[in-house]
Design a protein around this ligand. Sequence first.
Ligand code: FAD
Length: 250
Amino acid sequence: MAKPAPRELEVIQSSRITPNMQRITLGGSAMAEFPSDQQSAYIKLYFPKGEAEKPDVRTYTIRHQRDGEIDVDFNLHDDGSSGPASLWARNTRPGDRILVGGPGPKKMINQEADWFLLVGDMTALPAISVNLAQLPEHAMGHAVIDVMDPADIQTLERPLGIQLHWLVNPSPDPKGERLVEHVRMLALPDGTPSVWAACEFSSMKQLRQHLREALKVPREQLYISSYWKLGQSEAQHKVTKSRDAEQDRA
Ligand SMILES: Cc1cc2nc3c(=O)[nH]c(=O)nc-3n(C[C@H](O)[C@H](O)[C@H](O)COP(=O)(O)OP(=O)(O)OC[C@H]3O[C@@H](n4cnc5c(N)ncnc54)[C@H](O)[C@@H]3O)c2cc1C
């Protein structure tokens, strides 16, 4: 089936929900055709460049969906590493318009498990929030989330058996060790785990190795993805990511 053409949505509201997270509410008449129940699905945002150039395309998660509106939470990372999406989120105002592709398929944690582990940074916080809110009430396990400032910690709806571990680091982790080091220290329950993780590329690679080799998480119980790569734009990261996927399959 052909992909639907991107829709032109309107900025309804923009608010700084925590120091490094800007929530943009998108709506407008083109939302009439938008499928329902798409929280955690990804969308593609189109940022125009020069007339003869293709737009920059960036990927984001639907944090909430209401009748005719979606919320998208942007991690602001403008200190020396600004990109079109982060800049736009910082500056856009109600009434502005933007082309939005998708939604693409949701990648939810496999709920058939004895315990759960969710890991990510601020780019994955929207998807982790939706996943946590949808876990069964009796679910047990851990969520490890790296944020930039203590005030970026959010109150998350979750089963009480899921322990939250907030790591606070103002700048990215060039060696990609922080998340995996924290996961190594967790006291994990017995039984079959289910893991959902998304973060920076180097962090993802270290986590993936640990989850597969040390924790022996079965493939069907593991969703792991890199959402961005330090020093690369999304277009460059896409190339790195598909090369990594090829090597990982080999
Ligand atoms: C499926 C999926 C869902 C995603 N959902 C979200 C979401 O809901 N919210 C969200 O904030 N992000 C999300 N991301 C990540 C987001 O797409 C990237 O961070 C993207 O690169 C941001 O685009 P940009 O134009 O701001 O920066 P780019 O032009 O892509 O990059 C410019 C520079 O900024 C650096 N950079 C990019 N992101 C970060 C960051 N977070 N911290 C520090 N440096 C960075 C790059 O390394 C590069 O050097 C998602 C990614 C994927 C694949």
